[in-house]
Design a binder for this molecule. Sequence first.
Ligand code: XMP
Length: 511
Amino acid sequence: MEQIIILDFGSQYTQVIARRIRECQVFSQILRYDTLAEKLAELKPSGIILSGGPCSVYDKKAPHCDTGIWKLGVPILGICYGMQLMAHQLGGKVQPGGKREYGPAEIDIAKDTTLFREMAYEQQVWMSHGDKVTKLPAGFITVAKSQNSPYAAIANNKRRLYGLQFHPEVHHTPNGKQIISNFVHGICGCGRNWTMKSFIENSIEEIRARVGKDKVVLGLSGGVDSSVAAALIHKAIGDQLICVFVNNGVLRKGEAESVQRVFGEHLKMKLVYTDATRIFLSKLRGVTNPERKRKIIGRTFVEVFDKAAHKAGKAKFLAQGTTYPDVIESVPIAGNPAAMIKSHHNVGGLPKRMKLELLEPLRQLFKDEVREVGTQLGLPKEIVWRQPFPGPGLAVRILGEVNREHITVLQNADWIVIEEMKKADLYYKIWQTFAVLLPVKSVGVMGDERTYENAIAIRAVDSVDGMTADWVRLPYDLLARLSTRIINEVKGVNRVCLDISSKPPATIEWE
Ligand code: XMP
């Protein structure tokens, strides 16, 4: 398959570069900056992109690429740090940063080059760099300048090597996508072969070839990833796929029924439903520590799933909805935000324990691509576009002990939040909105009576990837409706508060 390889030097934008290329319908994958040229050659890339990064090429621990890549003969585009490294390794000069240039800048395109094909001579771009190139390597020319950078873009057309001091991948460079498209289509000569239709067709063939007549077991959570994985595998091998859905007792209201309806009745998948509420709740009795709750739920899930899967039949494969961001190896560079991503392995430990081969058909896909596959496979919008829901479920939204009474209170409040958000046409536009049950009681009046009941906090956040988040300024009348409905309709609640903390320093979930 035609592909562009991105060597990751630790930029926070590396994944964005990969997505932009895929939006051009060209497959792209991210590899570590020190991947050997030999290995790269084996992958036969149509082009290579060197990402930005937090280091200076002169740092003692600065990440350098294998210099063999300059002899591969494939087009290479260096972005920011990638361009400085290109200049440095090919005999140019880079000046360690005095003043950091950060923010919008105007560039003038000085020379016609395929990289800027079909673009006006003046362009707005986004700069974020400390060091800059001060002398070009032999064979290079300047193709764009800015006030601060005489070398805003450089090229060696003969060797098809290019460098950009700015970031074409970010939204603040409005025509950046055109530059990336010019590189991948115009310079690297890639076609437009990476579509979700072709992905589905190829995956179906691969799954059939790999699975043969064996059975596959999959833990269905009702979330986007496991649902799409199930739909794809089901399309490939039908009843050889057995989905196991474990009710851990801390699901949203109606969730167990809706998963059975969609997957069992509508999509006609073989679905094993296990209601393990009693087991989970007895293990959670009296537990208030957040980490302990998570551990208990994780461990119990593995036990219950293991038993249910064995009962369902002898499987050779365990399918999981792992996606590309879970797979990308973060580069160990100080200051690389990607290295700090918290990973949530809801089914961690399963494959080892069950001695099954892993089947992960979504391993190459970003979330938006997973959603597109789900849509093309006919999954309903409620599943494809649902908000993220943590593996430990409502247990991490019930502060204090998780028991049946608390679960019912939170399920009912949560239901109202979802319903009102949908009515306000906001549910699918916001990263997450949910209710949290606080372990405090406060005094209220209802009719003539004094009450002493629980408080609910409303959490609404916007985020791109869950790593950082800002609280959403929900309309006042919506907040008023939420408060009135929750207090009137949910027995056991007499007060509603709004969480106005961002991440960091708070987290999205309360536990
Ligand atoms: P935090 O609370 O760490 O959450 O800011 C970031 C994102 O991750 C989700 N989350 C989880 N997802 N299993 C999951 O699959 C988990 O254990 C888990 N904990 C948090 C959270 O909902 C948010 O979207």
